[in-house]
Write a protein that binds this ligand. Structure first.
Ligand SMILES: [Mg+2]
Ligand SMILES: [Zn+2]
Length: 163
């Protein structure tokens, strides 16, 4: 199967400063997310979300908060006929020295073990340099969402602008 790998925060839904995340319970999709994902789905792609959640290791949010928020997000997408094949998350921060914190490869390695993925025909959408670097490690085409980064790598206002 061909996969559209998606970052979560700042790519499909809103990003917040670290300290605010403890009080965020309702996902807010970025403009164009549903329309953009529908176009991608119609081209035969499945969706896998890859998200760094170092806030868990930092103690700003709990694993349970992460799960509840993510499940709400998945349900919003599902109500719009967008199914997410799987969400992988890294709960660590750099000092934990894990192998899954983007741009480390652990989450995609796991996806490749779990699913029969046609990497050559897959791509990646994200809003961070860690997303970009990870995509490049797997030779995935990368589409950058403009957000905090003022760089040619991140040239799309939202997912709907890509295709
Ligand atoms: Mg992001
Ligand atoms: Zn990790």
């Amino acid at each position: 199967m061909k996969i559209a790998f998606l970052d979560r925060d700042g790519t499909i839904s809103k990003e917040y400063p670290d300290e605010e995340w403890n009080s965020i319970t309702e996902p807010i999709l970025l403009e164009g997310t549903i329309e953009g994902l529908k176009k991608i789905k119609d081209q035969g792609y499945e969706f896998i979300i890859l998200t760094n959640q170092g806030l868990i290791s930092k103690g700003i949010i709990t694993e349970k908060q992460y799960e509840e928020y993510t499940n709400k997000l998945i349900n919003i997408l599902k109500e719009n006929n967008i199914n997410i094949l799987k969400v992988y998350h890294c709960p660590h921060r750099s000092i934990d020295n894990c192998n899954c914190k983007k741009p480390k490869t652990g989450m995609i390695d796991n996806a490749l073990e779990e699913f029969d993925i046609d990497l050559a025909n897959s791509f990646y959408i994200g809003d961070s340099y860690s997303d970009y670097e990870l995509a490049k490690k797997f030779n995935l085409d990368f589409y950058g969402i403009k957000g905090r980064n003022n760089d040619d790598i991140f040239k799309y206002e939202n997912i709907n602008e890509i295709f």
